[in-house]
Design a protein around this ligand. Structure first.
Ligand code: PBG
Ligand code: ZN
Length: 336
């Protein structure tokens, strides 16, 4: 695949895997194939630790993945998205360990691929778990985002994950221009026809990421993410970001969070009618649904279905949710 080829010429990355092929049909009712399960991978190979902020979720070491995933795969788990949680690896200003050969997500890609060759492996691409300052990009001398250095580094990381065997790379950093650089990087590495690029296109600066940041140890050490994640009131910016990322070569478009942004999911499905649309029911949404059920406000299963069916109704065809293990049971049980 020549790097002189146009980005818009590349379609094969979006249907290289049986599951990405299934995502090309725009289903309007929830199936197991639509569910992608977010998993936290630590660099302690034996670890299995409870995440207080995310009831029922744990951080997993690479050596524990077999026992953890075997029952889920038996129930029909089709895809996972991996997040690295480095406890021992050193953090530096450019996030060098995001893609070192021993970083936990790279080890996990290889492990999951060898254990469960049919499970599609997506990997979140960001620097915040690996940078000393905890921001999602590389900073300049003033502590502001250096756009050029950021996208260069993020594209390197994405290509390294694809080289390790990831079938979807999913940049969540929100740096301008990273989709183009990642696609170019995949093309130059000869991987653009093998790996799909799922853009967190409309990712808002939400208060609903708190439990995740606790789980991943990725809160910024100063400031916030409002200069790169979108303002929650910004429907126009979200629409522009979606259109931009389509033009820069995204194979899937994601909206995040989900429940407060159903209008944006709907916009995405209108602006990108020919792309699979993903949405992320983020950590705070999950914790909120669970907390309400614990308070007796509603039944957990009913509310989990009602939320996800809202996403599907709005136009989502791929759903990232911490409820995935439960849905694998619930979808078999049927409903009243
Ligand atoms: C890293 C990243 C975050 C989430 C996904 N990737 C946190 C953030 O942007 O601060 C949030 C996921 C969740 O809350 O479940 N950039
Ligand atoms: Zn980040």
């Amino acid at each position: 695949m020549s790097s002189t080829m146009d980005i818009s010429s590349i379609l094969q990355g979006g249907y290289a895997h049986p599951l990405t092929r299934s995502w090309q049909s725009q289903s309007r009712s929830l199936t197991k194939e639509m569910l992608m399960y977010p998993i936290f991978i630590t660099d302690n190979p034996q670890e299995e630790s409870v995440i207080e902020s995310l009831p029922g979720q744990k951080r997993w070491g690479v050596d524990r993945l077999e026992e953890f995933l075997t029952p889920l795969v038996a129930k029909g788990l089709a895809s996972v998205i991996l997040f690295g949680v480095p406890f021992n690896l050193e953090k530096d200003p450019v996030g060098s360990n995001a893609s070192s050969p021993t970083t936990p997500v790279i080890l996990a890609i290889k492990k999951i691929k060898s254990l469960f060759p049919k499970v599609l492996i997506a990997v979140d691409v960001c620097l915040c778990e690996y940078t000393s300052h905890g921001h999602c990009g590389v900073l300049d001398a003033e502590g502001l985002i250096d756009q050029e250095k950021s996208v260069k580094r993020i594209a390197e990381v994405a290509v390294d994950y694809a080289k390790a065997g990831a079938q979807v790379v999913a940049p969540s950093d929100m740096m301008d221009g990273r989709i183009r650089d990642i696609k170019r990087g995949l093309m130059d590495a000869g991987l653009a026809n093998r790996c799909a690029l799922m853009s967190y296109s409309a990712k808002f600066a939400s208060c609903l990421y708190g439990p995740f940041r606790e789980a991943a140890g990725s809160a910024p050490s100063f400031g916030n993410r409002k200069c790169y994640q979108l303002p929650p009131n910004a429907r126009g910016l979200a629409r522009r970001a979606i259109v931009r990322d389509i033009n820069e070569g995204a194979d899937l478009i994601m909206v995040k969070p989900s429940l407060p942004y159903l209008d944006i999911i709907s916009s995405a499905s209108q602006l990108a009618p020919d792309h699979p649309i993903a949405c992320y029911q983020v950590s705070g949404e999950y914790a909120m649904v669970v907390a309400g059920a614990e308070k007796g406000v509603y039944d957990l299963k009913e509310m989990a279905f009602e939320s996800v069916e809202g996403f599907v109704r709005a136009g989502a065809t791929v759903i990232l949710t911490y409820f995935t293990p439960q849905f694998l049971d619930w979808l078999d049980e049927g409903r009243e």
